[in-house]
Design a protein around this ligand. Structure first.
Ligand SMILES: [Fe+2]
Length: 197
């Protein structure tokens, strides 16, 4: 573990194992609201090299790699090739925090004006864009949780993000802004604890 002090902040640079050790010490209340866990992410950054066992790359699609899972949370590393983006989605009412130990990502948020899942119809509008960098983790707003994540082609670099979900969930709603449609999809892992599925 290294303690780093820059002009603006002090943070610890942890191996992923030590980062998980710290996560496991957080209380249930830290996961119920977003601030407790967000503060942990701000002060505990992950050494990129230590993530190596969890990184799997696919030229067609981003990969979802499970690092740790408890009753309270699951922690994934997502590997983004240049130009990749996620669908617009929600998190099934669960809290989500994101950090980017490698590269950076843009989170585009949307507001849901109407949603009829049974009919597969919705109306959503883009709101703001938040950037995630190694120095700037973020939490999804529980009141406006619909977003997509992008690694824009013009940034010309791979990115790896850590996604912390509380509690774990295995399906979500995806949305299309242009078509005004929505539907539920199942979520899979590319790898579990460093082993490809
Ligand atoms: Fe998400």
């Amino acid at each position: 573990m290294a303690l780093v002090t820059s002009s603006q902040e002090t943070y610890q640079l942890l191996t992923i194992d030590d980062f998980v050790g710290g996560l496991r010490k957080l209380r249930e209340a830290d996961f119920t609201g977003v601030e407790g866990t967000l503060n942990y992410l701000r002060t505990a950054r992950v050494q990129p090299e230590s993530l190596q066992p969890y990184l799997f790359w696919n030229a067609q699609h981003y990969t979802r790699n499970l690092i740790d899972k408890t009753e309270l949370y699951e922690l994934l590393a997502i590997c983004w090739e240049v130009g990749m983006k996620s669908s617009i989605h929600n998190h099934k009412g669960q809290n989500c925090w994101m950090a980017a130990p490698i590269g950076r990502l843009a989170v585009h948020n949307y507001r849901v004006l109407s949603e009829d899942l049974a009919a597969g119809k919705c109306e959503i509008v883009p709101t703001d864009v938040v950037e995630i960098t190694p120095a700037q983790p973020t939490a999804v707003d529980p009141l406006n949780p619909v977003h997509d994540v992008r690694n824009p082609r013009e940034w010309k670099q791979r990115a790896v993000s850590l996604h912390l979900y509380s509690r774990p969930f295995d399906s979500c709603i995806v949305y299309s802004c242009e078509q005004g449609s929505c539907g539920e999809i199942g979520l899979n892992y590319t790898s579990i604890y460093g082993k490809k599925c």
